[in-house]
Design a protein around this ligand. Structure first.
Ligand SMILES: Nc1ncnc2c1ncn2[C@@H]1O[C@H](COP(=O)(O)OP(=O)(O)O)[C@@H](O)[C@H]1O
Ligand SMILES: [Mg+2]
Length: 251
């Protein structure tokens, strides 16, 4: 695909409302944002501020009420169908959620290899690739265990290996550290940072935990469905500055 600009993700004038009973509730209000190729962007915002809804729109899973999403130069909601959007995700995006969704009957390495099975890759080749991926997240010793036997932190590292086995350009993560203790959270963030800096993966992650901002290049704060702040992060960045910032219209 030709690189027409250096934005991996571009969201333009996005609105999203839901009909709830007799009323329409506006959840995202005129969101504009860009994630450049190779950038690591963290969206922060309190629970209920619309972070997951925004990610779903960016993933092609939740059609905006208004506005558009351009992902790697594809205008997502102008693609032919949900199937076309699903194919787009499979080809280009690795997703990590707060809770990994395992196929419980099979072991860790087969779970990691599974996305390649869907693409028709042969068994020997996909297990070899899964081994490499597990090694890169320091989980190779656990290859033949079942996912339920692992700690939450270990499971999230395996989930990252599974998300990346198809070599997608972009990682999208929704509260990937949400269930983790501090040390496991730091380990996962360090891995994400390595995939960003060394392998050049573009990352868009959402969290309500400010302490993880330091791993990113840029932060975007969402409040009440609006972008409230968009800031660069350097070595001197102090997340505490962003800890409490209530808009003026709230007394
Ligand atoms: N399908 C839906 N129908 C109605 N309301 C929804 C729907 N999805 C999300 N919401 C509402 O949108 C708001 C933002 O939700 P969400 O995007 O999950 O926020 P966050 O991820 O920041 O916690 C919440 O008030 C939630 O109840
Ligand atoms: Mg959420």
């Amino acid at each position: 695909m030709p690189a027409q600009n250096n934005a991996a993700i571009e969201v333009r004038g996005l609105h999203k409302s839901f009909v709830v009973g007799a009323q329409t509730v506006s959840i995202l209000k005129n969101i504009d944002l860009q994630v450049k190729n190779g950038e690591f962007v963290v969206v922060i915002g309190p629970s209920g501020s619309g972070k997951s809804t925004l990610l779903h729109s960016i993933l092609g899973l939740e059609e905006p009420t208004k506005g558009e999403v351009i992902f790697l130069n594809s205008n997502l909601y102008k693609l032919a169908s949900d199937d076309a959007r699903a194919d787009f995700r499979k080809a280009h995006i690795g997703m990590v959620y707060q809770q990994p969704n395992w196929i419980k009957a099979i072991n860790v390495i087969s779970n990691v290899a599974f996305p390649l099975a869907l693409l028709g890759v042969g068994k020997e080749e996909r297990l070899k690739k899964a081994e490499e991926m597990l090694k890169s997240v320091q989980m190779l010793d656990w290859a033949h265990y079942h996912p339920a036997e692992l700690s939450s932190g270990q499971q999230q590292r395996v989930a990252l290996a599974r998300a990346l086995i198809t070599n997608p350009e972009v990682i999208i993560a929704d509260e990937p550290t949400g269930n983790l203790d501090f040390e496991s959270g730091e380990q996962l963030m360090t891995l994400l940072q390595q995939y960003n800096k060394k392998a050049g993966k573009t990352i868009l992650m959402v969290t309500h935990d400010l302490v993880y901002l330091k791993y990113a290049d840029r932060g975007i704060r969402l409040f009440d469905g609006m972008v409230q702040d968009n800031f660069n992060i350097d070595e001197k960045f102090d997340y505490r500055k962003y800890a409490v910032k209530t808009p003026q219209y709230v007394s």
